[in-house]
Ligand binder design. Sequence first.
Ligand SMILES: [Zn+2]
Length: 298
Amino acid sequence: MTSYVWSVDDAGTGGGAMVESLRRATAFFSSRGLGSTWFTVPKGGGKPMTGEWKDALIAAREAGHDLQLHGLTHADCYEFGPPAWPATSILPTLQSDFDERREELMPRYTVDNLRDRIEEGMEIFALDLGVEPSVFRAPCGAISKAMFTALRDVGIGYHTCMYISGSGYAHLPQNGEEIAQEWVDDIPHRPFRWYEDVIEVPILNEYTWRGSGARSDEFIELARRDLDRISGQSPVVVLLMHTHGIADDYEHTFRLVDTVTEHVGRQPGASFATMGELAASGALAAAANVDGPDILAV
Ligand SMILES: [Zn+2]
């Protein structure tokens, strides 16, 4: 019995084309009978969410899609911790920029500061969207031990940002452009208990980053191979997309969704669910029967 999750980042932020991405993608998922989970930025760039976003997100929620918390402002890639791979492979200047601004940025990572940010995000979710989030995803995968304490303090017991594979970004010039299956071995490939007993639900991979549509066949083949390999290793599999990646090539995105759905459909007992559903049912807690490694420096 394996549950698969479609998760999409960066809802709530960006202009009309990104709202359109949410609308078109949720309509597509719904047409296939699939739920999806949208990691939503409550106060993108430090500004209040637009009416257009609120309406689209409420409509998505009412259509059965799941809204979860993706930072507070996402104004940069260091909101909840220092830069992390694979974001550093997408934006090679992240680490050097952070190093230059280290004295300015490091004081962010206190429990009080990060708890305030999460609480402000939760208030916006409650007031604007009528949603109580149960899962958090830090922007750009940038995390810290203080973030886990803050999550525990506010009662959010699930986090999801660690990648099993970052080969979905291999097509970028700085990454060599060769698309091959490559998995990390420093974290479990299934949900695990991590800092402060928060459950980390790892991301399998992303196949729809900007530019991937030009190599659609290769990314679809990579997805098939990743799915075959993960099926025996984890009862919960999270797939990642971004609003801007979807909008970059709708045809590729929808082709990928259909291919994955068909592939998963051939596995006995496999089904799709949202993060919120798996948190509420206890499936994430039940899946997390291993502890994660102590790998965070901060
Ligand atoms: Zn993001």
